[in-house]
Write a protein of this length. Structure first.
Length: 169
């Protein structure tokens, strides 16, 4: 049985994952509107992935005797400046999610909830991957600078990132 403190923290994380999905969906729509098909494809996939992260948490809470709460969400931004600005926002958001996951892991240790601690290790590893992907993309953006040909190639390369990611469980 989950403690109230762990249930509350998991429900907060459910909200963060849902908001992440919405943020990336907004980014996908913006990128598509800008004509960045590859970036849009990547962001749509990221949105789906974040939704799966949320669903995994919901199922876990409910299976462990808690009540997973689907709460209201903050509206995502609709404008992102440049595609570089957008990916900088993506990295900043992933760092926030990582911090939240780390705090959640800390709470499980305080509560001596080793089953949930073990469950969350998947999220810890996932966040390492998410941060690395965002940093790699920003490195590529910095390499191309203002080169329009480079932007075209970058957009195609980002689309390929979507097809090589393993499916989430």
């Amino acid at each position: 049985m989950l403690s109230t403190k762990v249930i509350d923290a998991l429900n907060q994380q459910i909200r963060y994952e849902a908001e992440s999905s919405q943020i990336y969906l907004a980014m996908a729509s913006w990128a598509e509107f800008q004509g960045l098909e590859g970036v849009a494809t990547f962001m749509y996939a990221q949105s789906d992935e974040e939704r799966m992260h949320m669903l995994k948490l919901i199922k876990y809470v409910n299976e462990r005797g808690g009540h997973a709460i689907v709460s209201e969400l903050n509206a995502p931004p609709v404008e992102f400046g440049s595609f570089k600005d957008m990916f900088e926002q993506l990295l900043k958001h992933e760092l926030f999610v990582s911090q939240s996951i780390n705090e959640l892991v800390h709470i499980t240790l305080e509560e001596r909830d080793y089953a949930t601690h073990n469950f969350l290790q998947w999220y810890v590893a996932e966040q390492i991957e998410e941060e690395a992907t965002a940093r790699t993309i920003l490195d590529k953006i910095n390499l191309i600078g203002d080169d329009k040909g480079g932007l075209y190639l970058f957009d195609n390369d980002v689309k390929l990132l979507t097809s090589v990611k393993p499916p989430q469980v």
